[in-house]
Design a protein around this ligand. Structure first.
Ligand code: DER
Length: 236
């Protein structure tokens, strides 16, 4: 499909532009765009990858690294990463992004922060001027189960997100449970609130019980979007 092709375009361009032969520790994100990143890395060949370690951002990412035959590393062993490439749910004009559509944003943010270079790859739907434009569920927030109802109330009553909801699972009764054993709240915000996503992120982060917020502000060095016409848009 056009969307899958645009994901592949973005991913291949990012790998070609930002993974250098001397890079030994590479962070691998989560979602449906990142498999095209790994596809391009594998295409570089055994020789190029034999001394490299690839750090996962969760269960799906770890399985992708293993099934692709790439060397698996752990962020405990490699707390400094040369480059992390990850997907995004939306990216605004300043490269702030919403992440967590796949409920992986805690470990993703750890690897984004541990990376000397953090790169985003996405299809054209994610390329927006302001966050919460297309991505209607809003900002994913990982919370400890004990505190989810309290955090929901805080969002409804104090943080202008009256439609915030606990993310319910589809193939499992009850809420989504993250790789870290926590719940996820999705909190939509207005365009005006998303003119300063950092301020919103900081206020959410201070709510007791919040583990991590799916707003990655001032972290990405560049973002690549595949377009429907086969071109690639780069933002940096
Ligand atoms: O959950 C995540 O953070 C993913 O990276 C998500 O933001 C992007 O997923 P996609 O590549 O399947 O659109």
């Amino acid at each position: 499909t056009a969307i899958e092709r645009s994901k592949q375009l973005a991913a291949w361009t990012a790998v070609d532009q930002h993974i250098k032969p001397e890079h030994r520790v590479i962070g691998i994100g989560s979602g449906s765009t990142v498999p095209y990143v790994v596809e391009r890395i594998v295409l570089q060949g055994y020789e190029a990858n034999k001394d490299r370690v690839f750090i996962p951002t969760g269960f799906q990412s770890k399985e992708l690294i293993i099934s692709s035959g790439l060397g698996l590393g752990d962020v405990d062993q490699y707390p400094t990463i040369d480059v992390t490439i990850d997907g995004a749910d939306e990216v605004d004009l300043e490269l702030n992004c919403i992440k967590g559509g796949g409920a992986c944003h805690l470990r993703e943010k750890v690897l984004a922060e541990a990376a000397l270079t953090f790169i985003l790859v996405a299809d054209y739907r994610k390329n927006v001027d302001y966050l919460c434009t297309n991505f209607k569920p809003g900002v994913p927030i990982e919370v400890v189960p004990f505190a989810y109802a309290k955090v929901l109330r805080n969002l409804h009553e104090s943080l202008r997100s009256p439609n915030a909801t606990l993310r319910m699972a589809v193939a499992k009764a009850g809420p989504v449970v993250t790789d870290n054993g926590n719940f996820v709240i999705d909190a939509p915000f207005s365009r005006e609130d998303m003119t300063d996503p950092y301020a919103i992120m900081a206020r959410i982060k201070m709510l007791t019980g919040v583990v991590e917020v799916g707003l990655f502000c001032h972290m990405a060095k560049a973002a690549y979007f595949g377009n429907q016409d086969g071109s690639v848009t780069a933002k940096w």
